[in-house]
Ligand binder design. Sequence first.
Ligand SMILES: *Cc1c(COP(=O)(O)O)cnc(C)c1O
Length: 374
Amino acid sequence: MSTNKLNKIPMVDLQEELNLLRKPILEMLIEVLDSGEYILGEKGEKLEKLVAQYVGASFALGVANGTDALLLSLQALDIGPGDEVITTPFTFIATGEAIVQAGARPVFVDIEEDTYNIDPSKIEEAITPHTKAIMVVHLYGKAANMREIMKIAKNNNLRVIEDACQAIGTQYNGKRVGAIGDIGCFSFFPSKNLGAFGDAGLITTNQKEVYERIYKLRNHGSEAKYHHSLIGMNSRLDEFQAAILLVKLYYLDIFLHKRKEVAKRYTEQLTSFLKTPSIPKNREHTFHQYCIELDKRDDLAAKLKGNDIASAIYYPIPLHLQKAFKYLRYKEGDFPIAEKAAARVLALPIFPMLSYQKQDHIISTIKDFLKDAP
Ligand SMILES: *Cc1c(COP(=O)(O)O)cnc(C)c1O
C-alpha cells in the first residue's frame, strides 16, 4: 500500500472498525462454520430478538437486504397493482424501486428544506382513492416528522412503512424509528451505521399478522417445509452475516455516539459559513451521512479531492427525474426543494473512528476553500 493511500480520508473506513472487532468476529464466524447451520439459524434468531428489543418493536425478521425488506413490507400489507404509495423523491433508488417491484405506483411528495425528509404539509394533497400507504424515509439518519405523518395516515386510513435503512437507533420523541409506523425496514449493507460484511436486512413490526405473513413470504411462502400457502420469494438472512451483526450490535450505541460527536465538531466549525444539518426538537440525527449545503458544491468537492479527502453526493438526481421513473411523467420543477437539495448537498467523511486530526484537516481545507471563493 502506498503512503499516499494511507493519507487519504475516505467517506467511511470499515477497516478500522474491523481491526477493533476482528477477534470476536472471527470467533463468531467459526461458531457458525462448525454449527452446520448457514441460513435462518440460531444467530439470525438471536439477532432478530435483540434488534426487536433495541428498536422497541414486538417482532423482527431477518431478510436478505434492505430493498427486500421494503418489498416484503408492501407485499405483507397486500399493496400491489392499482395501488399508490406516497414517498419522497429525495432518497436512494431502492425506496421507489420496491414500490414498483410490488406492482404499485410511487407518488412523490416534496421534502422539508431543513430536514430533507418528506414534508407532511404536502402529503394530503397527494392522496387519491388509490393511495394505500406512506413510505417514510429517515434520510441520513435523521427522523422524519412521524407525529404529523402518523396523524395523516390515521385520518386517511393509510399504512405507514418506515424506510429506516439509514437510521437504526435514531430516536423520535423517545421512541426508536422502525417501531412507530406499521413496519420498519433496515439495511445492514456494509457502509450503513450497523453494517454486515455482505448484504443483509431486517424488518420490524408490532403486528402479529404482519410478522406471520413476512415469516412466510421471505421463505417461498412456506410455513413448513414444502407446504406453500403464499407466493413468496427467497429473501433469507445468512448466518455468517447475522453473527457479524451480533458482534457489531453490541457496539452500536457507542458508534452512534461517536458519529454524533464527529457531527457536532463539524457543525461547531462550519455553521457560520454554510448550511449544516439541523436537528429539530424531539427528532434525533444519528448521522449516517453528514451533509452540508452550498452553492459551489462541485468546486468544494474538487478541492477536497485535490487534498485526498473524499466527499459524496447523496443524491445527485431526485427519483422523479430518474430515467427509470420516466413513465411516471414527472418533470423538472415538480419538486423544487428536492431538486435544490440535489444540486447543493455534499456529504463529508463521517465514521466512528474518524480521528480529530483528520477531521481538522477536512475542516481547514473547507475553510481555505471558502476564504478563496468569491
Ligand atoms: C441502503 C438503503 C436501502 C437499500 O438497502 P440494501 O440493503 O442496499 O438493499 C433502501 N433505502 C435507503 C434509504 C437506503 O439507504
